[in-house]
Design a protein around this ligand. Structure first.
Ligand code: ADP
Length: 418
């Protein structure tokens, strides 16, 4: 949905969104668990070689007055693939003919067409595979640089990107571009990186933890026998962590430990009840195990993030990475943790394109050798599918886990230096 509440389907119905795909720029973030892809698709304005290209005059009105430029109008699209199924990514790229479309739109040379920006460890690990299967060279871009560039772009250029989430309430945050820095960026991927960001290209990785999204998925898989991440996340919706976690009330006979500010429902020890109960793993419901695990990891990350914010006097913490998946329970746990430990001083904020920061940053690095500027105009949300329920009335996993950020493309103009 765009800012005016218009879905892409409605736009299409009004004939306002006749985007015949003409993919030009593309970037990848090949991580330990997932491959994230961002690509720009120019609108087809009709003339054969000028798809989506506005006239120089028009373009220069939109940009910085440089007359030696043209502007492409189109959308940034987002896709993800599991790294273990990299062939699906290669097939997708091949089907979209990314390797052929290349950078046709603005007359790049044939050799440039076969180079794509890529970040993440997989840009090194799979370089030969991309060369062999698609004839493409991966132009490697630094991972931390990309994360920060992606976050800065979204926070400055895209409206309705950042939001807070607490007690089931989502609230969008208007970011003042002149008052963005410094902030703490917490990227929760397979592992977790915490980066203090002071400006464009000005940052320091101040902390991190190996207990992250990979831990949740890996341990969860072993403990619940889930076959997919979505299944595990889906289970956590209906679980109850009090079955396995040892609460303050379990120790204090149902009472709060008010002297030090701990309520009876606070978790004293994650999974602690399993010690005193004479039960095997099979006797616990996978839902409860998934819930305790999600809570343990989210709590821990929220707390380390808060401590780092405190360490550097940062009031705003933005959380990104695909672990979050716009999952209400994860965000709630992180927000409550940050709010509790900071006495309401620091704020946890989330990003709609949470998982695509690195890929977006790699995309922005085209700036150095192709386009001069990228301006975001609208977020365009694909028509959401209606959540379905199973016979017991519970939301089906696939419904509750719609890929929020993958479904939101960004309308933008790209200024190309000729
Ligand atoms: P990385 O770059 O390390 O792959 P991501 O930001 O892509 O980091 O996040 C990876 C994490 O996202 C996984 O460890 C897992 O917790 C979570 N995740 C979300 N969706 C999926 C999925 N479909 N398959 C696997 N992991 C997923």
């Amino acid at each position: 949905m765009d800012r005016n509440g218009v879905t892409e389907g409605e736009l299409e119905g009004r004939g306002m969104n006749k985007c015949v795909e003409q993919v030009s720029h593309l970037a990848l973030d090949i991580g330990g668990s997932l491959i994230k892809m961002v690509y720009f698709c120019g609108e087809n304005s009709g003339s054969e070689h000028q798809q989506g290209i506005l006239s120089s005059k028009e373009s220069c009105g939109l940009s910085n007055g440089n007359t030696n430029c043209s502007v492409l109008r189109g959308k940034l699209h987002f896709r993800k693939f599991e790294t273990s199924k990299i062939n699906e990514c290669l097939e997708f790229m091949s089907s979209k003919q990314f390797h052929r479309n290349g950078e046709d739109c603005h007359g790049a040379s044939v050799s440039e067409k076969n180079i794509i920006k890529a970040t993440g460890g997989g840009a090194f690990k799979f370089a030969d595979l991309f060369k062999e299967k698609l004839g493409m060279t991966l132009d490697k871009v630094d991972e931390m640089n990309s994360l920060v560039a992606g976050a800065n772009f979204l926070l400055k250029a895209a409206s309705l990107e950042a939001y807070t989430y607490m007690d089931g309430q989502k609230e969008y945050v208007q970011i003042d571009q002149n008052d963005l820095y410094p902030y703490l960026l917490v990227n929760i991927g397979s592992g977790v990186s915490m980066i203090k960001v002071d400006g464009d290209g000005k940052f320091e990785r101040v902390s991190g933890t190996s207990v992250g999204g990979g831990t949740f998925w890996g341990l969860g898989k072993l403990l619940t026998k889930c076959k997919s991440f979505d299944e595990l996340l889906g289970l956590s919706y209906s679980g109850n962590n009090r079955v396995i976690d040892m609460l303050v009330g379990d120790i204090y006979g149902g009472m709060d430990y008010s002297k030090i500010g701990l309520s009876s429902t606070a978790i004293a020890s994650s999974f602690g009840k399993a010690v005193s109960e004479d039960k095997d793993l099979e006797e616990y419901k996978p839902e409860d195990v998934a819930r305790s695990l999600l809570r343990m990891i989210s709590n821990n990350i929220g707390q380390i993030a808060y401590l780092n914010a405190l360490r550097f006097g940062l009031k705003r913490i933005f959380f990104g990475g695909f672990f979050i998946r716009g999952h209400a329970y994860t965000m709630d746990t992180i927000s409550v943790g940050v709010n509790f430990w900071s006495n309401g001083e620091a704020k946890a904020m989330f990003l709609r394109h949470e998982g695509f920061l690195g890929a977006l940053g790699a995309f922005m690095s085209h700036r150095k050798d192709g386009f001069a500027d990228l301006k975001a105009h609208h977020l365009v949300e694909q028509v959401p599918t209606k959540p379905s329920r199973n016979a017991g009335g519970c939301l089906n996993n696939s419904s509750v886990l719609k890929d929020v950020n993958e479904n939101i493309s960004i309308e933008c103009t790209m200024q190309l230096s000729n």
